[in-house]
Design a protein around this ligand. Sequence first.
Ligand code: PHE
Length: 336
Amino acid sequence: MKEMLEKIRASALECLQNDDADLEAIRIRFLGKKGELTAVLRGMGALSAEERPIVGQLANEIRADIEKAIAEKSAVAAEKKLQAKLKAEKIDVTMPADSTVGHIHPLTLVQRELEDIFLGMGFSIVEGPEVELDYYNFQALNIPENHPARDTQDTFYITENILLRSQTSPVQARTMEVQKPPIRIISPGRVYRSDAVDATHSPLFHQLEGLVIDKGITMGDLKGVLEIFAKETFGEETRIRFRPHHFPFTEPSAEVDVSCFACGGKGCRICKGEGWIEILGAGMVHPNVLRNCGIDPEVYSGFAFGFGIERIAMLKYHIDDMRLLYENDVRFLNQF
Ligand code: PHE
């Protein structure tokens, strides 16, 4: 019996010499319930009382030896596997990263460029609330309740008197209420209208409004400022054209066109053959608006203008669908 046990030890250890030995199979073969060592131990009943503890001790020793050898082999294999994995997955941290760097959204880009143009002319930037009182969005601007001009600026109402501003013009009124002339401000920001989404409309868009109030301000000043704005935005060759219009808060009022920057005024696809492109509304601040805001129209005069930032961005970058500016498809955004 001792010989059989020694044979088992020898053959188990020999199996374990093999480099790609299947450790689990070896364990089952020698130490498992139906394994060779177990089979020998089952036969121990036939031994004499003196022999039994000696053989039992030897069997336990052999079991311990084989277990130890398997554990050692298994630790070596695990270490080998780890080293191979580390080698395979080695990363060179000194290699330049394949990274995508974020950048400024085209609308923000254009807004900042526009702000820079007006900052350069001595304007300062003033912001106002997007959730606005009916009073500042309409009434103070000479648009009383039930005035037809409200139709084109239908918006979203929070209560009867509180709404999402439909234009940045309420910032005019808010500024004039608290600031003595001279006033020279622009107010860029989000505005809202109850328009359905299409290639040129969105219920949320951005405007930039300008306001200048001082003694002796004339329409000539308005033209000068807008001419500089147009040249800096669309190129040195750009001319501007005023067409009579009506806004309740300015008198006289005008719609302002720029000569087409693509064809220079000859007529092309971009200006739809007109040679001119409409870009903004403007006018001399209505005396009622000045009075509503505590400024004496006999002493002071001023002008205001306002335009959509999306429209400028679309013209500048030849974007033919406004939705591209909001969908944030990286294939579009990466071009700026
Ligand atoms: N707020 C006007 C609009 O949204 C534009 C405008 C501003 C016109 C200032 C004149 C003066 O249509």
